[in-house]
Design a protein around this ligand. Structure first.
Ligand code: EPU
Length: 422
């Protein structure tokens, strides 16, 4: 098992490249199942989660092949439309094979995902949406078994809102199934995340007819079939946001390349408030902090609100602010595994329900800490670069799920992060 040893504090400066978006690539890989033939995804990040999803596709009888940034998926035949428990339990995103396999194969069996480090993550809205299209669904030995009715899936108006707002992968699942349904589907309260828009653009390039992309109302006119294509995924706004915080927390200056600030307005708004300069360029942004870190209040929300996937990283930044901040988590109220670890480094955080009070300190101190999930691990790497002394992060496999060679990228701009095998 790998660990990171991080010497701090450091000041970052230079150019850092953002990889393709993990959360756009995963559903697009599932979307490739809708077309018989070989689809090529360009700019696919080289991550443990992408490799895991390839294993799932291969278990369906769908060969995949990586060559540099290109990922080829040959869905000419789908031999076994079953998402096995052993594979699905390792990665919740695998639930997004449900919609495309149902539409393409007429029947599908996918293991019901279990619990997760960031909290309870139900899939009831996915199932409700697919049932609205006419799918017959039941649970059998821990598996979701879904079948297309004799007349086929039929489009209709569907409300996909839930207790925490819209659902990203739920919207993806229903949108993908609706592409091959008869008639028109209207998804109300659709997720508006740029990754959902990227999937919709991918599907349209395959021949789907989706309108309202990026809005909470998606209109999908069903078509008979989709064709395989080449498609380049968008840059990863969460990796970009993590690097922006890295520049900010180290009092550094970074050119964060290959991302779109247009998708990150809530993030730049909070950074500006905190005292961080962000200057847009055609292919990314310059990020620089020279003054103090000012306190801020942040509430996570569905897009275009502040993303839950950057909550932990901003908490680390605000731990070093010159005043009190509050972060409230409105998507995953239990996504606070990093709080106790940051407190081991002197952050003095106090959690009350879905909110964390951040008193602000002038110094974090290095300590051995434990990575618990992907974004919490990123927050600890940021803390390690700002803290005084040697921070040791255990279980860094969490970070390899979603950040491509993070230590190499950060070391190239001035960090001192050493990967050790224990
Ligand atoms: N929800 C329900 N019922 C459902 C589906 C969701 O109640 O059927 C609730 C969830 O429990 C949560 C909220 O709705 O409270 C939003 O969840 P959503 O379905 O949008 O999450 P997701 O689609 O499973 C994706 C990302 C997550 C990201 C969330 C929120 C991928 C592969 N995953 O998950 O990314 O946090 O959207 O933006 O796209 C990460 O990358 O670290 C990560 C966890």
């Amino acid at each position: 098992m790998d660990t990171f040893e991080i010497d701090g504090p450091v000041r970052l400066s230079g150019t850092i490249d953002v990889a393709g978006s993990k959360n756009a690539t995963l559903p697009i890989m599932a979307g490739a199942l809708l077309a018989g033939g070989q689809t090529i995804i360009e700019n696919a990040p080289n991550l443990a989660d992408i490799a895991g999803f390839e294993t799932i596709l291969q278990s369906l009888g769908v060969p995949t092949q990586r060559s540099g940034g290109n990922l080829a998926i040959d869905a000419t035949k789908i031999e076994n439309p079953v998402g096995e428990y052993d594979l699905v339990r390792k990665m919740r995103a695998s639930i997004c094979i449900l919609g495309p396999l149902l539409a393409r194969c007429g029947q599908v069996k996918v293991s019901m995902p279990g619990g997760c480090a960031i909290g309870d993550r139900p899939v009831d809205i996915h199932l409700r949406g697919l049932k609205e299209l006419g799918a017959q669904i039941h649970l059998e030995n821990g598996y979701i078994v879904a079948t297309v009715p004799p007349g086929g899936l039929r489009g209709k108006q569907i409300f996909l809102g839930g207790p925490f707002g819209s659902t990203v992968l739920g919207t993806d699942n229903v949108m993908m199934a609706a592409c091959l349904a008869k008639g028109t589907t209207v998804i109300e309260s659709a997720a508006c995340e740029p990754e959902v828009a990227d999937l919709a653009n991918f599907l349209n390039a395959m021949g789907a007819k989706i309108k309202g992309i990026g809005s909470p109302r998606l209109t999908i006119e069903g078509v008979k079939e989709l064709k395989p294509i080449r498609y380049k995924v968008i840059g990863d706004r969460i990796e970009a946001g993590t690097f922006m915080v890295a520049a900010a927390i180290t009092g550094g200056s970074l050119y964060v390349r290959h991302c779109s600030l247009n998708d990150m307005v809530a993030i730049t708004d909070r950074l500006n408030h905190i005292g961080v300069d962000v200057e847009e360029t055609p292919d990314g942004c310059f990020v620089n902090r020279s003054g103090p870190i000012r306190p801020a209040d942040i509430t996570t929300q569905p897009y275009p609100g502040f993303p839950t996937d950057l909550q932990a990283q901003f908490m680390t930044l605000l731990a070093l602010a010159n005043g009190n901040s509050v972060i409230t988590e409105k998507i995953y109220p239990d996504r606070f595994m990093h709080v106790a670890e940051l407190n081991r480094m002197g952050a003095g955080l106090r959690k009350e329900g879905p909110s964390v009070f951040i008193p602000g300190t002038d110094k974090l101190v290095a300590a051995p800490v434990m990575a618990s999930d992907l974004r919490a691990s990123a927050a600890l790497v940021l803390a390690g670069m700002a803290a005084h002394g040697k921070t040791i992060i255990n279980r860094v496999y969490h970070i390899d799920r979603g950040y491509e060679k993070i230590e190499e990228k950060l070391n190239a701009v001035g960090a001192k992060i050493y990967r050790k095998q224990i």
